[in-house]
Ligand binder design. Structure first.
Ligand code: 4NP
Length: 158
């Protein structure tokens, strides 16, 4: 059965679009695009309709990732049903998602991206929005490591 992953951050313009771009690149690289699908959303409505932040697009592009998502808000009426893994970028995202969950089945789908980390020792992807270039690079470093771990874990699920 197809596995469906939704990456979630606050604005859906920095971290979760980057997670989507990195993860999709890995999935396609391994020829698994027919088996694993991903998308992203934000817990806030602040940036609905906007493309990914141009700074994140630029840093991602330098590593070979194209970020083409358009920001949308997480929808608890449809997203918990349409996705198998709903993955926040930090504790606040996870708390917000848990508050939106309708039942235990929804709650069991909620993860934090760093739960899947392989080498990097971070317990969240720090929000790079108000900082400089190093924040975007760090976010991408953490995301590359965790997306690698996530893909390895999904490959083990029949
Ligand atoms: P993101 O970053 O949650 O990674 O998309 C942010 C984008 C915008 C804002 C905060 C974080 N904001 O407050 O507008």
């Amino acid at each position: 059965m197809k596995k469906r992953v939704l990456f979630v951050c606050l604005g859906n313009i920095c971290r979760s679009p980057a997670a989507e771009g990195v993860f999709r690149t890995y999935v396609e690289r391994e020829g698994l695009a027919d088996e694993i699908e991903c998308a992203s959303a934000g817990t806030s409505p602040y940036h609905i309709g906007e493309p990914a932040d141009h700074r994140m697009q630029m840093h991602a592009e330098k590593r070979g990732y194209e970020l083409d998502s358009i920001a949308r808000a997480f929808n608890s009426k449809t997203d918990f049903d349409n996705f198998d893994f709903v993955i926040g970028m930090d504790d606040q995202n996870v708390w917000d998602l848990r508050a939106k969950a309708r039942n235990d089945k929804d709650r069991k789908k909620i993860y934090k991206i760093t739960d899947f980390a392989v080498d990097m020792d971070y317990d969240a992807v720090p929000d790079p929005y108000y900082g400089g270039a190093t924040g975007f690079e760090l976010a991408l470093d953490i995301l590359e490591d965790a997306c690698d771990g996530l893909l390895q874990q999904l490959k083990e699920i029949p």
